[in-house]
Design a protein around this ligand. Sequence first.
Ligand code: ASP
Length: 298
Amino acid sequence: MLERGKIAPEAEQGARDGLARALDAGSAVLSSGGTALDAVEAAVRVLEDDPHFNAGRGAVFTYEGDIRLDAAIMDGASRDAGAVTGVHATRNPVSLARAVMEKSPHVMLSGVGADQFSREQDLGQVDPSWFATEERRRQLDVMKADKTDWFDVDMKYGTVGAVARDREGHVAAATSTGGITGKRWGRIGDSPLIGAGTYADDRACAVSATGSGEFFIRESVSHEIAARIRMLGDGAAHAADAVMAEVTALGGTGGVVVAGADGSVASSFTTAGMNRGYADASGARRVAIYGDESLDER
Ligand code: ASP
C-alpha cells in the first residue's frame, strides 16, 4: 500500500529516483524542441528499464510464472495510436507500440505476432530473465497462497505512464505494464486499450491510467476524461475527478495523470498514494508518492 511507513525506504527512494529520471528524460526532449510523442516515449522507456515499477524490467508475473507485457502510445495531434499486448521479449514495449503506430497499418498487435513484428523492426530483444525480479516472484507466491483479492493494491499496481504537452501545443500519452500479478487466460487490462488506459486528443488532453484495469475498461476512463473536457468544457482536474468517481462507483480503484491541451495538468487517484511527477519548461520538477504530497498542479 502506498501509505507512509508501509513502503520500504529503498523502494520509496527507488521510485522517487526513477520518477525523477523519467521526468528528466521527457523534459530533455521537450526543452530541445522535441514532440510530446517523443517525450512520453522517452519517459516511459526509463521507467520500463527501472525494476521499481511494474513495466518492462520489474513487471509482475503471470499465474504460470511468465512475464507478459502490454503497452500503448497515442499522438494527440493526429490521434494515431499503437498498442501491444502479451509481448515477452521486447525490452521496451512502449517503443514497440510506437512502431505498431508508425510502421504498420494496425493499431494493436498481440502475443507471438507482436513479438515477430518487434524482431522485424529490429527493436531490442532481451532474455526473459531481464524482466524478472525476486520481489515480483515473491508477490506471485503470496498471491497464489491467498487468492482472495485480484486487485490487491498492496502490490499489484505500478503500471507506468506519461503524458506531455509540447511547445506546439500537441499532447501525447503512453502507458506500459506487466498487468496484474497472477493474471491468466490471456487476460488483458486497460493499459494497452486506447480509450481505457491511454488516450490523447489535442482538442482535449492526454491521459494515462493505472489501477484495476477491468473497471477502467468498463468506464472507458481515458476517453471519458477527454470527452468531458472536449464536450462539457470541464477543466482537466474536474474531469479526472468526475471519471474516477465513476470508477469508484463501479468498485474499481486506481488513478490517472492528465495533461490538458490548454497547458493544465492534473492527477486524480482513489488509492492512498500514486507515484507521480511533474516537470515544466521553467525547469521545475516535482515528484510525489503519497496522497498528502502536492505537485501544486491544480
Ligand atoms: N491497470 C493495469 C492493468 O489492469 C494494472 C496496473 O495499473 O498496475 O493491467
